[in-house]
Design a protein around this ligand. Structure first.
Ligand code: BGC
Length: 249
């Protein structure tokens, strides 16, 4: 079965039909840049452009880079325009896509669900935490495979700062940090999350998962196993489609 998965990020809006049996993209993904400011209206236009690129008319699962409650209402918007807060995202996207059924889920939660099912978290019991390092830091917390949604561990305070402002992938780029310097910040962040949750496994997702060998060797002193995400940057798209399929069931 195929469902369209679409991942809304701080820099890009990307999507593709997803093969739910394989947990992989059924076609090469299409990406448009996230508009700035990333308002509901501008983002919804980008979403329509990506979906129309494939001529897709079926159900669409979307991710959003903020807290999503009740499968629809946006509660936070750290890296997109603040006018998203309290927006009924499901109604907005459904209307913009000409009435297709849509579902909306937090981006890191979607990536986590995909990794637990098809990737690095497969068959893993106990406490598993997926962290995505991108424009912000997203988190997905699993206990024996069950998701605790909207955990927002990227906003933990670390040395008086919002953790994602110091340790996201964007912080590395903006401050032109070496991989070693950035890894030092990530190590402190992981140690803090470990102190709070004692997970068995950390899965590192986001674009940096492709470059794990550049920073994982510098991360020492964390007891939990640390592995890169296997679906890499497609985890959000696959998870968005999985969420849509689960919701329809
Ligand atoms: C948001 C999270 C999101 C993460 C990654 C954070 O700023 O608060 O909801 O998962 O960025 O996009």
């Amino acid at each position: 079965m195929q469902i369209f998965g679409l991942d809304i990020g701080g820099s890009g809006i990307k999507g593709a039909p997803v093969d739910l049996d394989k947990g992989d993209l059924a076609q090469e993904r299409h990406k448009v840049l996230t508009p700035h400011p990333a308002t509901p209206d501008g983002v919804a236009d980008g979403v329509r452009e990506v979906v129309e690129h494939f001529g897709w008319t079926g159900p669409v699962g979307l991710t959003f880079p903020g807290v999503v409650t009740g499968g629809s209402t946006i509660r936070t918007a750290a890296n997109v325009d603040k006018s998203w807060v309290d927006t009924d995202a499901r109604a907005l996207f459904s209307e913009r896509l000409g009435g297709h059924p849509v579902t909306v889920v937090n981006d890191a939660d979607a990536a986590g669900v995909a990794e637990m099912h098809f990737g690095a978290g497969r068959d893993r019991k106990g406490t598993v935490i997926l962290l995505t390092f991108g424009t912000g830091i997203g988190s997905a917390l699993f206990v024996d495979g069950a998701l605790v949604p909207n955990t927002e561990l990227g906003h933990l305070e670390l040395h008086g700062h919002d953790a994602e402002k110091r340790a996201s992938s964007k912080a590395r780029e903006d401050e032109e940090l070496t991989w070693e310097h950035w890894a030092h910040r990530v190590r402190k962040y992981l140690a803090h999350v470990e102190m709070l949750f004692s997970p068995e496994l950390f899965i590192i997702g986001g674009g940096v998962s492709r470059k794990a060998q550049k920073f994982l060797p510098y991360i020492e002193g964390v007891k939990a196993e640390i592995v890169p995400a296997q679906l890499q940057n497609n985890a959000g798209i696959v998870g968005a489609a999985m969420h849509a399929a689960d919701t329809a069931r």
